[in-house]
Design a protein around this ligand. Structure first.
Ligand code: FDP
Length: 332
């Protein structure tokens, strides 16, 4: 590549391809990139400032909330609530919808996000990430957004992506026209285009699953896993969805988090449909891959609850279809 393209320039160029665009979506994406830079700064400083450790609070999933989660959540909310671009927000950290305060105008878009995914890795300096999706509101313009605005199938996503806080900070997003990856140049504070038009490699290398829970899986999932091992695929599991997804997006592979019998309160696996599965499935499809709950495409699921969970099989198309075949009972 002989051109240096900043994320701002790239997003603007996408906007120019749509003469009807008002620039609102562009501005939301800028603000997410800015939030990503702020969160990246905090993740690298966190240990030094002794802010690691737990607040002693529990989020709606019953998991302990680390301070960095709070920071990341507040950064995204504060950057977006007053701009007049959003009707409502929803966060994996917050039980209910996040309304736009009455003193600010309500806009046309909906922002759903997981502010800090993989947060059980924070204390170990292992990669974590922010996941987001942007949709159009369903309720009438000019009113306050509603929970129904958030409960939309992934097919309605306008743009989605993630920011990965790893050895380098990367932002990967799609607004429906390819998947683009940017790396943060810390010295100038800009995300620069480093991975244009990402497509998942046809030959998969990795499978990623928490194999520690294997004995709690169905026989079909166990057999599917045996099949991957018979192909000599490498197991790579970080335990941060964004990081696992990112590696497989670039290197080729499948990530899965199936339903298991460990916890009767979690019959659908662990991952959240709206905040994790839908945005990454949008990216996977736009990168030539596939995402399924084992039976149907994730993007076709009509959500019923904000914190709904779903099994997830995501990545290389052939492998996701293979998983579906095993689950249907017609293994090849
Ligand atoms: P975490 O609990 O650390 O926030 O959905 C959250 C998530 O991480 C994903 O990022 C990750 O893929 C998964 O949970 C890891 O769960 P297990 O520890 O059960 O493997």
């Amino acid at each position: 590549m002989d051109k240096v393209i900043t994320i701002e320039r790239h997003i603007l160029r996408q906007q120019q391809m749509h003469p009807e665009a008002t620039g609102t979506l562009t501005s939301i994406l800028y603000d997410i990139a800015l939030a990503g830079k702020m969160i990246a700064r905090e993740t690298t400083r966190a240990a030094l400032e002794e802010i690691l450790g737990l607040t002693g609070r529990f989020n709606v999933q019953g998991e302990e909330v680390a301070k960095l989660d709070d920071y990341a959540n507040a950064a995204i909310v504060r950057l977006n609530q007053f701009t007049g671009r959003l009707a409502v927000m929803g966060s994996e950290e917050i039980d209910d919808i996040i309304p736009i305060p009455d003193e600010y105008p309500a806009g046309r878009y909906v922002l759903l996000f997981d502010p800090l995914d993989g947060s059980s890795n924070i204390d170990y300096s292992v990669s974590i990430g922010t996941i987001f999706s942007i949709l159009r509101r369903k309720s009438p313009d000019g009113t306050r957004g509603t929970v129904e605005d958030c409960l939309q199938s992934g097919r309605n996503i306008v743009a989605a992506g993630y920011v990965l806080y790893g050895p380098s900070t990367m932002m990967v997003y799609s607004s429906g026209n390819g998947v683009q990856g940017f790396t943060l140049d810390q010295t100038v504070g800009e995300f620069l285009l480093t991975h244009p038009d990402i497509t998942i490699p046809a030959k998969p290398k990795f499978y990623s699953v928490n194999q520690g829970y294997e004995r709690h899986w169905s026989r079909e999932i166990q057999e599917f896993t045996n099949c991957l091992q018979a192909r000599n695929m490498s197991l790579r599991y970080i335990g941060s969805l964004v990081a696992d997804f990112h590696r497989n997006l670039l290197g080729g592979g499948i990530f899965y988090y199936p339903a298991d019998t460990r916890d009767s309160k979690l019959p659908h696996g662990k991952l959240r449909l709206l905040y994790e599965a839908e945005p990454l499935s949008f990216l996977a499809e736009h990168a030539g891959g596939k995402a399924s709950d084992g039976k149907r495409p994730i993007l076709t699921i009509e959500p019923e609850k904000l914190h709904q969970r779903t099994p997830l099989f995501i990545g290389n198309k052939e492998l996701v279809e293979l998983a579906e075949a095993y689950i249907r009972g017609d293994k090849p």
